[in-house]
Design a protein around this ligand. Sequence first.
Ligand SMILES: Cc1ncc(COP(=O)(O)O)c(C=O)c1O
Length: 400
Amino acid sequence: MSIKADRLKNVSISASAAMTQRARELAAQGIKVVSLSSGEPDFPTPAHAIEAAHAAALAGDTKYPPMDGTPALKAAVIRKFKRDNNLDYDASQIVVSGGGKQVIFNAMLATCNPGDEVVIPTPSWVSYADIVKFAGGVPVPVPCHEQAGFKLRPEDLEAAITPRTKWLFLNFPNNPTGAACSRAEMAAIAEVMQRHPNVWIMTDDIYEHLVYDDFQFCTIAEVEPRLYDRVLTMNGVSKAYAMTGWRLGFCAGPKELIAAISNVNGQNGGGIATLTQAAATAALDGPQDLLKERAAIYKTRRDFVLDKLSEVEGLRCHRPEGAFYIYPNISGLIGKTSKGGRKIETDVDFVMALVDEHHVATVQGAAYGMSPFFRISYATSLEKLAEGCARIAEFCKDMR
Ligand SMILES: Cc1ncc(COP(=O)(O)O)c(C=O)c1O
């Protein structure tokens, strides 16, 4: 008899983590791998956040934290939602968890009954479907086609909703496509949701501050206040403030939902590290100029990669509005053979041949639920991007 519980049967290890592992193995053999697979800012955590954690430790803020977040952090989160999103919440409507990932995990565990459906616009972050399955729910992917700029079309959303639908997930700017929603596009989604009063909405706004060319980010509870009572707005410090290792995410929503999430949160972690909470409070309340400064750097990188890859025959790149990913279509290369003799029948074949023959780590579109594509993360230096793009170009050029 297996030691593994049945609930783990359908849960896979994250595909981007699998590629990171492959890249590590090659690096251990002394091979110089250009890693464009990790969804992690290459910037440092702001110094004032680190100093706040240090000061908190010295001041003795090292005891068990409140389960749902320290009053100081909750107050900073309330200010953040007002400042950035014009959303009003009180402390009973906020819960703080170990990363955006844990917010979603706790929310699904707190709300999904077996067989409940969760509509997931796809391509989507690898973890959504696994988290839903873990909680006993059923992920229902809705395609966001390349021709539609990888946006969620209202008619596709409408068609995906059934009497069993419990949640709709939104993630714009999106991982892996970088697509973001304009206000009008979000209003069209909101209109559909108003016709389905039993469906809740979880919006993952983790890439909120990473939008380019004056694109205006918006979030659904603000665009359509009539949905406020069934929207869970999730965000965190990982991407915006380069604090992935601190593990902190937060959410806001209706009181009853937050109480249920808080209950799970208390059971599975007992609250988040006090020093992390002090650092996050400082990041949210501190100077915000770095967000714009870093977004400008990401924009330069995005434009650089798009420019280089647009010259490569066989690749087709949509121009994303945000996040730090590009999602090239490789249908022009399917059926070809790499210089190293690998037949490219799928995007998995493509990324594996690319990492083995030219030592560039990326992630296959299949991991995000839409093929044949691959994801490039440009959260790395221009120098590495130049090297990575040159290798990708050579790899594609040599295919027969
Ligand atoms: C869409 C999306 N949501 C959430 C997360 C996880 O964020 P955190 O580090 O706060 O758990 C990621 C990380 O890659 C992501 O891409």
